[in-house]
Design a protein around this ligand. Sequence first.
Ligand code: ADE
Length: 228
Amino acid sequence: MRIDVITLFPGMLEGALQETILGRAQQAGLVEVHLHQLRDYATDKHRIVDDRPYGGGPGMVLKCEPLFAAVEDVRSKDPRPGKVVLMSPGGKVFRQAVAQEWSNQERLILISGHYEGLDERIIEHLVDEEVSIGDYVLTNGTVAAMVVIDAVVRLLPGVLGNGESAGSDSFSDGFLEGPQYTRPPEFRGWKVPEILLSGDHAKIAAWRQDCAVRKTARVRPDLKQAKT
Ligand code: ADE
């Protein structure tokens, strides 16, 4: 898979992409991530990418020209077709099911939006999907792009090692994951539930499923309703 990110702040991603599972996935050739500075596509000598909104109002708006030029150039760097995704608090919410769907794509082109917004013609004529990572507003979409990359890349075949598995993740079956314990069996008087020490795998599986259902009902009733 190839992922391109168009952003004003590539430095926000550089370090994070080298760490742990994402860094290993790139070294193993399972994914390529390319960062592009939007300002490199500005046409004036001051490298300006935004302008005041027509009709007045506060803030600045990202201009069409640099973004269209950036996406067209980035697209031409690889023959694989790529979905163009705009990170924006105004988009549909990014969920595990979307991560799963996108992990089957050959290519993603992520645009990190501006604090104040962008020319609507970009959304209408350049972007395939507008996506939010949640109901809060970030200073820009770069961290949101990182969230999408992380959630998608860990689902690519071969990225998670033997000991790690995406199969029992929270959300993968519509329920939050239940509790986990490791040694010691007793810590400061708090004991690990006896059933986990029983060796009865069928009972343990049923207990875990029951915990997952109850936790989901308590913490995220909206998830449970969506699935049942
Ligand atoms: N940019 C600013 N806030 C955002 C959000 N919640 N999701 C995606 N991009 C954003």
